[in-house]
Design a protein around this ligand. Structure first.
Ligand code: NAP
Length: 237
């Protein structure tokens, strides 16, 4: 099913995989609505895409703001939930507050955006949630990612049953060259991260946001795929 003429709403649409998905969808003739917290980032992204893109500042941790935004947005064809933060550290060192804050965006953010959007998704439409490679690949210091990604993948399986005929899928990226849920890394830290990604992935390199977006667009377009999590991880499992 082509994205031409479809309306795609994307949280985390101002950067990374969300932005790359917006560009890919717009290139296929969709109109895209970019959601995120930082207006200047959203505006810059939308301006670059031209008339196919609009934006709205909304924080997915704010339930009332999410409901208000979707009430104003009205009908849509596809929802992409790419907004997320990050938290890392040994299990016993991490403050519960920080882990809860992370879940507020990456789990509850996707949960509440999906709830607000679902009644407005047109027949033949879909929702795409994001998990991540750290559910299948255990890594020291990244327990919150393992837990949140598992929760999202579980949620997607049931949502696919309850939302049908609207399709619900998840994308599980491996290490992808984006902000990774925060601010740009220092150049030395980034070099180290890119090298680590190359060592760990079967394909020997970090992935690009465009490669993840390519899979995201597939999951939006393919009319007979629901309830799946697609790994786009260069073999990192
Ligand atoms: N990149 C990777 O290596 C990787 C690996 C595994 C999984 N993933 C997952 O893939 C998805 C996309 O990741 P990415 O790397 O593309 O992320 P990213 O570049 O860091 O972008 C995250 C986006 O989410 C927005 N955001 C953060 N908190 C928000 C909030 N409370 N409300 C609304 N928007 C919010 C940010 O914009 P503002 O700060 O302006 O709001 C930003 O545009 C995430 O679920 C991530 O966990 C990524």
């Amino acid at each position: 099913m082509s994205l031409s003429g479809k309306r795609v709403v994307i949280t985390g649409g101002g950067s990374g995989i969300g932005l790359a998905t917006a560009r890919a969808a717009a290139a296929r003739g969709a109109s895209v609505v970019l959601l995120g917290r930082t207006e200047r980032r959203l505006k810059a992204a939308a301006d670059e895409m031209g008339p196919a893109a609009t934006y709205r500042a909304v924080d997915v941790t704010d339930a009332a703001a999410v409901d208000e935004a979707f009430a104003e947005l009205g009908p849509l064809d596809h929802l992409v939930c790419a907004a997320a933060g990050a938290v890392a550290g040994p299990f016993t060192d991490l403050a519960e507050r920080d882990v809860r804050d992370f879940f507020e965006t990456k789990f509850w953010g996707q949960y509440r955006v999906a709830r607000a959007a679902l009644p407005q998704i047109a027949p033949g439409g879909s929702m795409l949630l994001f998990s991540g490679f750290l559910y299948r690949k255990a890594a020291v210091g990244l327990a919150p990612f393992a837990a949140v990604n598992g929760a999202i993948e579980g949620l997607v399986k049931v949502l696919a049953l309850e939302a049908a005929p609207v399709r619900v899928n998840a994308l599980s990226p491996g290490r992808i060259d984006t902000l990774g849920g925060g601010e740009p890394m220092e150049p030395a830290a980034r070099r180290e991260y890119v090298e680590l990604a190359g060592r760990e992935a079967t394909l020997g390199r970090i992935g690009t946001a465009d490669e993840a977006a390519h899979a995201a667009v597939f999951l939006l377009e393919n009319a007979y795929t629901t309830g799946v999590t697609l790994d786009v991880d260069g073999g990192l499992r």
